[in-house]
Design a protein around this ligand. Structure first.
Ligand SMILES: [Zn+2]
Length: 402
């Protein structure tokens, strides 16, 4: 059965000088409004244990626009500013629900610049997109087709650290049904590979990654040698950003292929709930596997399972997947990171990563059979296509498969 989903389509575009100036101004205003509202909320929360609502923030924004020093806020489209307040609201909702840390200020240097436009702030005519306060449509490079007759409901414009401009269009799309199957797979972040599967397969990083990383290290060394504030330093910083952006792009393409394949081939996908901070504490491990890649893969598996009607099962991360013998069930005390292969007392020889993936699968299937122990999913509301709720229900109501 085909499914209707909301899906974001992202493209590069090339703004005119005028459009670039308008967007840069908008990014600045978005950041200012977000930070100012965060400051007010922080004062209310830590000072008086009082929560400020979105409506109160919105009313405050109206007042700021009337003051002399913030009157420039009226020069940009008001929609991205309102959306920034909505994002802040979502960040606080996650914080209060203990799903996320306290919201942080957007820094000029570290944050990606972006502005979100809802339906009233852009026009979409004959496949041409024109944003509020702009005369001409954006020069978009349509690297792939939008779904037939698609009407974007939200448009997000962003600029990355390498200075590239992107526009993301949220559209209704039809996802074709995936082939029926009973297969189930356990997936674990590997040490010798990017991911290990319970089938015994190990998926390694894309082949460019090692070379790209060497280039990144070289660019970073060059940057460190340049005098602060110099033109050359600026150039070197751009170069670092470009290499980094290429690594991220290539890896994302690769992860899309991996996640699509896993979801199409399996009815049940079991993953371990690894929290980022935990992995990163171990520097060796952080070097061997890219934590960001694992998190990204998890997110992709989450929404693609929802798209294709598959079951994503998340097992508790305290479950001893690595040092448990999948054959006899003995738990070893400790398994140092440099041990790739080990022999259990029962005589079984295990590949460390594959054994872990098999244990994850077994735990996931046991969990769906008992109907408990599945941890609630973390939402991905920032991207606007959160499917967290649906997934939790699917996972909790999951059916045991032999
Ligand atoms: Zn054993």
């Amino acid at each position: 059965m085909a499914r209707q989903v909301r899906r974001a389509f992202k493209y590069r575009f090339y703004p005119t000088a005028e459009q670039a100036a308008e967007l840069s101004r908008t990014f600045g205003c978005v950041r200012l409004v977000y930070n100012k509202a965060l400051e007010e909320r922080t004062r209310a929360w830590y000072g008086e244990q009082r929560r400020i609502s979105y409506l109160q923030s919105s009313a405050a924004l109206t007042q700021w626009k009337k003051t002399e020093e913030l009157a420039f806020l009226t020069e940009v489209s008001c929609v991205p500013l309102q959306q920034a307040l909505r994002h802040l609201q979502a960040a606080f909702a996650n914080f209060f629900a203990k799903r996320a840390a306290y919201p942080r200020f957007k820094s000029r240097k570290r944050s990606r610049c972006s502005a979100e436009y809802t339906r009233s702030a852009f026009t979409w005519r004959d496949g041409r997109l024109t944003l509020a306060k702009m005369a001409a449509p954006l020069d978009i490079r349509w690297s792939r087709h939008l779904p037939e007759g698609a009407e974007p409901s939200t448009v997000t414009v962003s600029r990355d650290s390498a200075g590239r401009w992107f526009v993301s269009l949220l559209c209704q799309d039809t996802i074709p049904a995936a082939p029926a199957t009973d297969a189930a797979v356990g997936v674990d972040a590997g040490i010798t590979s990017l991911v290990a599967l319970s089938t015994g397969e190990k998926i390694t990083n894309p082949r460019h990654e090692r070379r790209d990383r060497a280039r990144l290290a070289k660019a970073q060394r060059e940057l460190a040698r340049k005098a602060p504030g110099s033109v050359n330093r600026d150039k070197a910083r751009r170069r670092v950003a470009r290499v980094h952006a290429r690594i991220v792009d290539r890896r994302r393409d690769f992860l899309h292929k991996v996640s699509t394949r896993l979801v199409r081939e399996n009815q049940t996908v079991v993953v371990e709930d690894l929290i980022a901070g935990n992995l990163l504490k171990n520097r060796k491990l952080a070097r061997a596997i890219s934590d960001a890649a694992w998190r990204e893969l998890r997110t992709m598996l989450e929404y693609k399972c929802a798209w294709y009607g598959r079951d994503l099962v998340v097992v508790d991360r305290w479950f001893p997947s690595t040092n448990l013998c999948g054959t006899c069930g003995t738990v070893r005390a400790e398994l140092p990171l440099n041990v790739r292969e080990w022999t259990c007392g029962c005589g079984s020889v295990h590949d460390r990563d594959v054994n872990a993936a098999r244990n994850v699968l077994a735990a996931g299937l046991a969990v769906t059979a008992c109907g408990d122990g599945v941890r609630p999913q973390r939402g991905t509301s920032r991207t606007g296509h959160s499917s967290a709720k649906q997934e939790t229900q699917r996972a909790t109501a999951g059916i045991a498969r032999p």
